[in-house]
Design a protein around this ligand. Structure first.
Ligand SMILES: Nc1ncnc2c1ncn2[C@@H]1O[C@H](COP(=O)(O)OP(=O)(O)OP(=O)(O)O)[C@@H](O)[C@H]1O
Ligand SMILES: [Mg+2]
Length: 398
């Protein structure tokens, strides 16, 4: 009886121990599955022994497809051949370390898409085998943010430089134009020097126009803030540019809903919209086409990111002005540079229209976005903060 009792006790103890072990295993498995990194264990031959759910998500393979497969399937094709040597070297002198310091590591999804990763390796010695554990982080998002930061910093320093030069030039030009105009006034139109003086004044004015654009780009333009009725603004601007747009291009104005006023500098708003409209007409060129100028109220619950700038505008009420054309459109490489000062793809372009447009929009706490594909036209969308009006403050009846 005693022996049986002792046996039963041992069995109970064993069962309790198994339960504890099972719980522990469950917990470890849950840790593994909840990790935000992909976890992959491989043996010295490179066969995959274990993966977690994040690995399935990152690479697009199912667990069944991965277990037992050579780990090289997770690498870009170009790296597969030489990877065996690296693996052998690692198992020969294993230690925990981050992989590929100073180099760009890439993973390859089942569908062939490659993506940047960060990998840290650790080594596990089990009684009868060794295995390496890779923790894989998808750093696509971080890379994108870094690139945006760099772009923003580049634009920032360009803008400081351009603004500084433009400011000094503007002062010098005032002197040049003023004095030349004075001499011109006192010169008879019959004088052989008269046309030369005229040319000098004209060139000076063009230079002043350039520096004004550069100053707008740098956010250093002069501001006279007024309450602006956007519908009236758009009609005025269309009246001004219609004559310089070929008649083969149809120009449509769309104002589907009443718009709240904005608070902005009217001259700068005109300059901004004229640049966008003239670009649209130039993108269409000689042939037939259409430009649509539209404005609508927009309520954003989330911060809105401008496509080309790192700044985000806060949630709130905006007026969205869109200029859409049926012109040539642009590829990604062009689109990435259109807001850079002096970037142009046109023979006679100066590449300042959009640089100034961006400066103007940002100085008004707005955002500018671009949607375009080669051969499929472009849309430039400008968001400008709506003024708070009595109506907007009224409680929502719905
Ligand atoms: N609507 C558009 N469709 C296609 N490409 C465009 C459009 N708007 C701008 N671009 C591209 O962006 C570039 C820069 O435009 P931006 O207005 O800054 O300079 P530009 O028009 O070349 O010269 P300018 O200083 O005379 O305006 C253009 O050269 C063109 O390649
Ligand atoms: Mg232009």
């Amino acid at each position: 009886m005693d022996e049986i009792g002792a046996l039963q006790k041992t069995i109970h103890e064993q069962q309790a121990r198994i339960r504890v072990l099972e719980e522990e295993e469950g917990r470890l498995r849950a840790f593994l599955e909840s990790a935000s990194q992909g976890v992959v264990a491989i043996d010295p031959g490179g066969a995959i022994l274990l993966v977690n759910g994040t690995t399935e998500e990152l690479f697009g393979y199912s667990r069944q497809e991965l277990i037992g497969a050579p780990m090289e399937i997770l690498l870009p094709e170009a790296l597969r051949a030489q990877h065996g040597e690296h693996r052998t070297a690692y198992f020969a002198s294993p230690r925990s370390r981050p992989m590929g310091i100073g180099t760009e590591l890439k993973g390859r999804k089942k569908n062939g898409v490659e993506f940047p990763v960060e990998i840290s390796l650790s080594f596990v010695r089990e009684p009868n085998r060794q295995l390496a554990l890779a923790l894989i982080t998808d750093i696509s998002q971080r890379k994108r943010l870094e690139q945006q930061m760099q772009q923003a910093q580049k634009l920032e320093s360009l803008s400081v430089l351009a603004g500084g030069i433009a400011h000094d030039f503007n002062n010098l030009l005032t002197g040049i134009i003023g004095n030349a105009s004075l001499v011109l006034e006192q010169t008879s139109p019959d004088d052989p020097l008269y046309p030369h003086l005229q040319d000098a004044v004209e060139a000076g004015k063009q230079a002043a126009d350039l520096t004004r654009k550069l100053m707008a780009y740098a956010g250093k333009g002069r501001f006279l803030i007024r309450n602006i009725d956007v519908a009236a603004l758009l009609r005025d601007v269309l009246g001004l540019v219609r004559a310089s747009i070929p008649t083969t291009i149809q120009v449509l104005l769309e104002l589907p809903a009443p718009l709240p006023p904005i608070s902005a500098d009217p001259a700068q708003m005109q300059q901004l919209l004229m640049s966008l409209l003239i670009n649209a007409a130039e993108a269409i060129g000689e042939g037939r086409g259409a430009i649509r100028l539209a404005a609508s109220p927009l309520q954003s619950e989330d911060p809105v990111a401008g496509r080309m700038s790192a700044t985000r505008v806060p949630p709130g009420r905006y007026v969205a002005i869109e200029v859409t054309d049926t012109g040539c459109g642009m590829d990604d490489a062009t689109r990435a540079r259109i807001f850079d000062p002096f970037f142009t793809t046109k023979f006679t372009g100066r590449g300042l229209g959009l640089a100034a447009a961006r400066g103007i929009v940002e100085a008004h706490h707005g955002a500018i976005q671009v949607f375009s594909r080669p051969g499929q036209g472009s849309t430039f969308k400008v968001l400008l903060p709506a003024m708070r009006t009595g109506a907007a403050e009224a409680p929502d009846a719905g």
